[in-house]
Design a protein around this ligand. Structure first.
Ligand code: NOJ
Length: 562
């Protein structure tokens, strides 16, 4: 597309969604591939699209509905791809456009959908748009980014902070002004309050939509708007909107009430524009909502038929590892899930591995069962789920040393916060060199020794492994419409360590329960309840119920209500 010209609107429906499966995303299981760490096909120590193409059978065997690829666009890689310098090109470290098309065709040939990670709110400071914008105050793109004059004292225009540490304002001598960056200084924020910019941003998505992708995971949708007067945020104090990320880990970002820089002015208009793009293109949009109390605002972002199709939030990742806390959180979400789609997310490339987080109290002996329980939970709650690569192996979060650390966020807050590298270590395919991830002498992040034993090849041979459980349960779930779209009601909260909930469709009721502990627990049942023989779940019903082992799980058909 030539620069400066108004982009053409995205064409007719794209992707593979026929009118019959237009709602495929409701309750779908999505597998997140962090491309840099999945499989390295060219021996440079970095995972790439060629590697993804080689492993599509593995992914299809997981029984998931869709694959989400982390950003592979051209990028200086300062934030490992979330700093895009050209939205139409494949970064050389990730391969070629040919490799991308092979992945796209291969995903579709296996009956799955392909979602791309797209960053609507910022670019790299090497993007030609920014290079032009920063040159002067009166060039054609001068207001494509968020520029502001210095404060009377010469300092930044407001107290806004970057999620990754320090002021969110960076001085640009060429213009004699500051620009805003909610993340790294090399990630300037696009001014989406300008309709022209918004149209150009969605045109970039349209490029991939026209090639046939089925949707997008939108990065950081809490940053789509901003206060046009750049007012300073008040201190957090007693404010309602608790900040969940950053606070308590040495980052002053958590001490502010982000009323002017997160979920701020203009967000509704940007969301409406994005929805319009989705309607025209046939693509689905899942928005990552971080840094905010998502349960307070998720409905504004994804409400059946409005704005985004679903929200991808951090509430479950940030939940305390206790029955009571998890129960309360699930109950809060059950209400929201009546009309807003919230994906169930236990970890991702930004977070700690789930067995080392939500079930961090599990002993080594029980870790595999804890991992299976988390998979069961994620796949049976209403909302669908996004599963991060390696979770199907039950990988623990590795311990990395300062020498291993590459994440700029970790570098800013080490050792109070060790950042995101631990989630991004290479996928262990086998017990060979570099766990079968790469033939390079050195991989971009180290292969954690504790992951070797849990490699995919070994687990595929073991019927009792986390991987075998995942494959069996997820494939079975795919055919259970009640688990995909049925309503949800939480059970009584006074039965710790049990957590139980119902899924309902018509007059059918299924009740699910997990034992969120290392002790035995008893799932009491009325006489007419019948166990459902779900793969890898407890099904032996005595007269009064089911005895659940540590981290045990069960699904039963519940008597109809009178
Ligand atoms: C959220 C992404 O998941 C994270 O990896 C990235 O650093 C930030 N957004 C900024 O793009």
């Amino acid at each position: 597309m030539s620069e400066g010209k108004e982009p053409a609107a995205a064409g007719p429906a794209c992707g593979t969604a026929s009118p019959e499966d237009a709602g495929w995303w409701r309750g779908a299981a999505i597998y997140e591939v962090y491309v840099r760490s999945f499989l390295d096909s060219d021996g440079d120590g970095i995972g790439d699209l060629g590697g993804v193409a080689q492993k599509l059978d593995y992914i299809a065997d997981l029984g998931v509905d869709a694959v989400w690829l982390s950003p592979f666009y051209k990028s200086p890689q300062k934030d490992f791809g979330y700093d895009v310098s050209d939205f139409h090109l494949v970064d050389p470290s990730a391969g070629t456009m040919e490799d991308f098309m092979t992945v796209l065709d291969g995903v579709h040939a296996r009956g799955m959908k392909l979602l791309l990670d797209f960053v609507p709110g910022h670019t790299s400071d090497e993007h030609p748009w920014f290079l032009e914008s920063r040159e002067s105050r009166d060039n054609a793109k001068s207001d494509w980014y968020v520029w502001a004059d210095k404060a009377p004292d010469g300092g930044p225009p407001s107290n806004w902070l970057s999620s990754f540490g320090g002021s969110a304002w960076q001085w640009e001598p060429r213009r004699g002004q500051y620009y805003y960056h909610p993340f790294l200084p090399c990630q300037p924020a696009l001014n989406l309050l300008r309709p022209e910019v918004l149209r150009h941003v969605t045109a970039q998505m349209g490029y991939w939509a026209d090639l046939g992708v089925d949707g997008f995971r939108l990065d950081a949708v809490q940053c789509l708007g901003h206060d046009p007067d750049f007012r300073s945020n008040p201190p957090l104090g007693q404010a309602d909107h608790r900040i969940l990320i950053g606070g308590g880990r040495g980052n002053p970002f958590g001490d502010q009430w982000h009323v002017f820089d997160r979920n701020a002015h203009g967000t509704a208009e940007v969301l409406a524009h994005l929805r319009d793009f989705a309607e025209r293109s046939g693509c689905i949009l899942i928005g990552e909502l971080a840094d905010v109390d998502s349960s307070a605002i998720a409905r504004d972002y994804a409400n059946e038929g409005r704005n985004l199709h679903a929200v991808y939030d951090f509430d479950l990742i940030n939940c305390k590892a206790e029955t009571e806390a998890l129960n309360a959180m699930l109950e809060k979400r059950a209400g929201l899930l009546e009309d807003a789609w919230l994906m169930n997310v236990f970890t991702n490339h930004d977070s700690r591995r789930s067995v080392s987080n939500l079930t961090r109290f599990a002993s080594l002996d029980n870790r595999a069962e804890a991992a299976k329980m988390l998979i069961f939970l994620q796949m049976t709650l209403r909302g669908g789920c996004a599963v991060f690569q390696g979770e199907e192996l039950g990988l623990p979060h590795p311990v990395l040393t300062w020498e291993d650390i590459l994440d700029p966020w970790a570098k800013a807050f080490w050792p109070v916060f060790d950042g995101r590298d631990g989630a991004r270590t290479p996928f262990p395919w086998s017990d060979g060199p570099n766990a079968g991830f790469s033939t390079a002498e050195r991989t971009w992040l180290p292969v954690p020794p504790e992951h070797l034993r849990l490699n995919a090849a070994a687990q595929a041979e073991d019927p009792d492994s986390v991987l075998s459980f995942f494959r069996g349960f997820s494939r079975w779930r795919r055919g259970q419409s009640i688990l995909r779209t049925g309503r949800m009601e939480m059970g009584r909260r006074d039965r710790a360590p049990l957590i139980s909930w119902s899924r309902l469709a018509g007059d059918t009721i299924w009740r699910a329960a997990v034992n969120f502990s290392e002790d035995q627990a008893f799932f009491a049942l009325p006489e007419s309840a019948q166990a459902i023989n779900a793969p890898g779940c407890a099904s032996e019903v005595t007269r009064h119920g089911i005895a659940l082992d540590p981290f045990g799980r069960a699904l039963v058909r519940w008597p109809k209500r009178a």
